[in-house]
Design a protein around this ligand. Structure first.
Ligand code: ATP
Length: 254
């Protein structure tokens, strides 16, 4: 069974069809990349998967179960985590605190037991702290664990966002332009991190990315879209050679 299925999904903003009858599926353990010119509908697809938007038509399924009955805050509990094109962190909190804040969005948050600090709550807290420390180590962030996020260089902040997504132990990780704003060296580092996340943590990765070098390095399969519609899917070479993909990029550049 596919990990994630987007099934004939549509969404319009006013008269604009941002996503138009789009279907694709992502297999478990795959690194799957969505490409397309600016305004193609890529971020809207992520927002639909995360339930920020509700499709006007179609269904989205995680492990065979529709996500459409989930509220945005329940999507993390269902097993989907996400990073953003523009970093979204608590800038004045420490790296570690940013990861711990994630726990309120993960698992059960019971205000009363939290208040009373019951043993079950304490166990959960400790497990979460352990998980946060493991992720810090996994992404080589130990040197920065107590640093204030606002004081960290951009490349490290981007990694912290990735760490925060991993703390929720997702089945599927959505990465929105993981290389944007990074140097070539940091982008190479990100490629290794993405591969490690799949290989060592067994997480399925769905990524939006413009940097075709990174796309070619890590993707098992690529999906190209334009004007909210399916253009082509296959290996990066197959998709880049597809005439409809070339026409879409040429059109966008015109
Ligand atoms: N909230 C919104 N309200 C109105 N129009 C929107 C909204 N969000 C996106 N759009 C429009 O929908 C279309 C798809 O936008 P989207 O951001 O999904 O594209 P994208 O492929 O992610 O682009 P980029 O590569 O530039 O980030 C664009 O024409 C955009 O202007």
């Amino acid at each position: 069974m596919s990990a994630l299925v987007v099934d004939t999904v549509s969404l319009s903003f006013g008269g604009l069809k941002a996503v138009d009858g789009l279907s694709f599926s992502v297999e478990k353990g795959e690194i799957f990349t969505i490409i397309g010119p600016n305004g193609a509908g890529k971020s809207t697809v992520f927002n639909l998967i995360c339930r920020i938007y509700t499709p006007s038509h179609g269904d989205i399924r995680l492990d065979g179960r529709s996500l459409l009955d989930a509220k945005p805050h329940q999507v993390v509990q269902r097993g989907i985590a996400r990073t953003f094109q523009n970093i979204e962190l608590f800038e004045h909190a420490s790296l570690l605190d940013n990861l711990l804040i994630g726990r309120f969005r993960h698992g059960r948050f019971a205000p009363l037991s939290e208040l009373l600090f019951l043993p079950s709550q304490r166990r959960q807290e400790l497990a979460h702290r352990r998980r946060a420390e493991e992720v810090v180590e996994f992404l080589d962030l130990e040197a920065h664990r107590h640093a204030r996020v606002a004081d960290l260089p951009y490349g490290v902040r981007k990694k912290v966002e990735l760490a925060r997504a991993l703390v929720s132990e997702p089945k599927v990780l959505l990465l929105d332009e993981p290389s944007s704003g990074l140097t070539a060296e940091e982008t190479d580092d990100t490629a290794f991190a993405i591969q490690d996340i799949r290989d060592n943590l067994g997480i399925t990765v769905v990524m939006i990315e413009h940097d075709m070098k990174l796309v070619g390095k890590v993707s098992d399969r690529v999906l190209a879209i334009n004007e909210g519609r399916f253009l082509a899917t296959g290996t990066v070479g197959e998709v880049q050679a597809d005439p409809s993909v070339q026409a879409a990029y040429l059109g966008a550049a015109a």
